[in-house]
Ligand binder design. Structure first.
Ligand SMILES: [Fe+2]
Length: 270
C-alpha cells in the first residue's frame, strides 16, 4: 500500500513504526507519512539524523509551526522547545495524560519530539492512548450524547504543576490562568473522517452546558475509558528517534521512572 516508506502498525493499531530516512524527505514520503499518521494517530521513526535546520524544514511540511506560549525556544531556533528532565529533578514536564495546548483557541494539530538524550532503554517511555479507539468503543448512547458537547480547557488545569521547573528557568511570564478555550470533545480527522474523543485530562475543567455533577460524572467516565490498556502503546526511546502525533487523535503521557538527563526537541504544528 505504501511505496516510499515501510509501515508496521503497533499492537491494537495504536500508532505505527515507519522506516524512512527523514533527512532525505520528499513529497512522496511526506504524503505517505500523512496518510499513516491520519490512520494511526501517532508514528515513530528510529535511527534518524536530523539537525535542527532539517528538523524544522521537515516539520513545516505538516503546516505552519506554532510557538509554545509557556517557554522560550532553543537558542537560534525559536520554533524548537527543549523538553528536558535533569538528574535529581522529581517533577517531569508534561507528566500525566494530556494533549498539547488545548487551552489555546487553535491547539496545535501535530506535535513532534526528537530525542537528543535519553535514559536507559525502557525508561522514560512516552505512553500514547489512541482516541480513535476510545471513541470507536464507546456505546452508541454515549456517542450520541457527546456528539455536540464542548468542554472548557485551561492552562491552569491539573498538569500545570509539572511545568514549574522549566517555567522558573525560562518561562515567558504568561499567567496560565489567562489561557482558556472551549472546544468540541469529538473531533473528525479531515484526511479520512475518522472520529476521535478530545478531552485532555491535564487541562479539561468542565463540560459546558451540563450541571456541575453531570459534568463531573461524565468527565470521570470518559477519562477512565480513554486510557484503557488496549488503547495504549508505550514508545521506548533511544537517541535520534522521532515521534510525531496528532493532538486531535491521541493522548500522551511521559513516564517519570528514571533519574537521568533526558532531552527532547519539540516542534508543534498549527
Ligand atoms: Fe505534551
Amino acid at each position: 500500500m505504501y511505496n516510499h516508506i515501510k509501515v508496521t502498525p503497533n499492537k491494537n493499531n495504536v500508532g505505527a513504526i515507519i522506516e524512512a530516512e527523514l533527512s532525505k524527505f520528499n513529497n512522496d514520503i511526506i504524503e505517505e507519512v500523512k496518510d499513516v499518521l491520519a490512520e494511526y494517530g501517532v508514528v515513530f521513526f528510529r535511527n534518524q539524523r536530523l539537525d535542527s535546520e532539517t528538523y524544522i524544514k521537515f516539520a513545516k511540511q505538516f503546516g505552519p509551526l506554532a510557538e509554545y506560549p509557556m517557554l522560550k525556544g532553543l537558542e537560534g531556533y525559536s520554533e524548537i522547545t527543549v523538553v528536558e528532565k535533569k538528574p535529581n529533578e522529581e517533577i517531569m514536564f508534561g507528566e500525566g495524560w494530556h494533549t498539547d495546548s488545548t487551552y489555546t483557541k487553535e491547539p496545535p494539530r501535530f506535535t513532534m519530539l526528537y530525542s537528543i538524550k535519553t535514559p536507559e532503554k525502557g525508561k522514560g517511555n512516552t505512553m500514547f492512548a489512541s482516541q480513535y479507539k476510545s471513541y470507536e468503543t464507546l456505546d452508541e448512547k454515549t456517542k450520541k450524547k457527546i456528539e455536540n458537547l464542548k468542554a472548557l480547557f485551561s492552562a491552569d488545569g491539573p498538569i500545570s504543576k509539572t511545568r514549574k521547573n522549566r517555567v522558573d528557568e525560562k518561562g515567558t511570564g504568561i499567567d496560565p490562568k489567562s489561557l482558556n478555550a472551549i472546544h468540541p470533545i469529538v473531533r473528525k480527522n479531515e484526511r479520512n473522517n475518522k472520529k476521535s474523543l478530545y478531552l485532555s485530562p491535564g487541562h479539561a475543567i468542565k463540560i459546558c452546558d451540563l450541571d456541575e455533577n453531570e459534568s463531573k460524572t461524565l468527565m470521570k467516565r470518559l477519562m477512565d475509558h480513554q486510557v484503557k490498556d488496549e488503547f495504549v502503546y508505550g514508545f521506548e526511546w533511544e537517541p535520534n528517534c522521532l515521534a510525531l502525533w496528532s493532538n486531535y487523535s491521541v493522548l500522551h503521557n511521559p513516564t517519570n521512572d528514571f533519574n537521568a538527563h533526558r532531552v527532547m526537541h519539540r516542534i508543534t504544528v498549527q
